[in-house]
Design a protein around this ligand. Sequence first.
Ligand code: RB5
Length: 144
Amino acid sequence: MKIGFCSDHAGFDYKTRLIEALQQKGYETADFGTDSSASMDYPDVAHPLAEAVERGTVDCGIAMCGTGNGMAMTLNKHQGIRAGLAWNREIGELVRQHNNANVLVMPARFIAFEEVLVITSAWLDTPFEGGRHQKRIDKIPVRK
Ligand code: RB5
């Protein structure tokens, strides 16, 4: 499985460490930036990650900024994206189980790195429940 990543300056350190941890577990990774802890604008990296997930260049994505909200707002502008914000293990499970999020978003300034690892594993390892949840996520895209 290939996972795409993006962060702004607030999430840069965690993103770098998470990529390394997931590579060690055997995941393929693609980093859409940012490349340093210098201040930058999260949409500049969130849009390229969203486009890669929509195109299928990567199977899913993980995004981090300070609160996670800027990333989630930007990613969810894309019709094919379900970006879900998670800040603990249970929400990491539920955002897969109920929402089948194809991008996991975490608030880097409000959780410890150990929690990032736990939430990511929960999201990656939990199956989507389908059924009534499939019907609900089918209704998310805006009809033209
Ligand atoms: C950066 O200071 C901060 O605004 C950003 O990381 C994020 O929290 C925005 O939603």
